[in-house]
Design a protein around this ligand. Sequence first.
Ligand code: KIV
Length: 315
Amino acid sequence: MMQTIQNLEEVAMTTDQLSNQLSNQFPNQLPSAPYGTFAPEGGRTIKKPLTLNQLLQMHTKGEKITMLTAYDATFAALADAAGVHCLLVGDSLGMVSQGLPSTLAVSLETMCYHVESVCRGLARVQGSAWLIADLPFGSYQESKEQAVRSAVALLKAGANMVKLEGGGWTVEVVSFLVERGIPVCAHLGLTPQTINALGGYKVQGRGEAGAKLRADAVALEKAGASMLVLEMVPADLAHQITQDLMACPTIGIGAGNATSGQVLVMHDMLGANINKNPKFVRNFLVDSSGIQQAFKLYVQEVQSGKFPDNKLHAW
Ligand code: KIV
């Protein structure tokens, strides 16, 4: 009899351990999920992760969506606790963490490693941020099938959505992914993975090129993209694209204040840029008592429409 009780206790312990392990691995998938996932222990309230629908509703209601890049557990937890809605494991990590000259050499394995780290950080604070991961250069250019394989790796590492760069040929890739249940964020304007073709980090979409960007944005939305990052495009053009789209929120970075939300590279907004800060960056740490406060200030200023200021941070 004693033996049986001991065995039962061991089983219960293993179940708890498994539950903890699962919530560490898949923080964004546990609460209220079906298929026998574990109930919260003893009335512990679980903060529910944000869903894509909730983000789309925010956009419909005109509430600004906030996004920051995150590459590790601690900063992800801090940004989440500050109320940042979306975390982007951007391939910018190649430049800010790995010290590479561009994002081109970032591998899918490296992206998965950072997504897993961010995911564990979110799990530690029962985080609710929507987690987006960049498909790195070379992981989706070859074929639609390659894109699915790469996106699946990022989703298995814990991402909720993948981001890819460019218009034109990517439209087909986007619909292929979306049809297979993989949410996609598109990225137009300055697309760092094509920096060699663009000839430098310059404002995109000026003059006649604006019409092409508008057409690309509409095509990407039609293909199923449910978010669109607009990087370094004139504020008027970003405003126009935001209005052109039916339901897809635009997230600006150097695109003025009329987009549905904003994103910044975390290092930049903390003033931790080795080189000169681009014009669209504001250092939020100088006006704050610490990093968490800087994240909170960013959230407040994006939501109130104070940041970005078109006179200072846009073209
Ligand atoms: O890689 C990244 O961090 C990005 C943002 C700059 C939007 O794509």
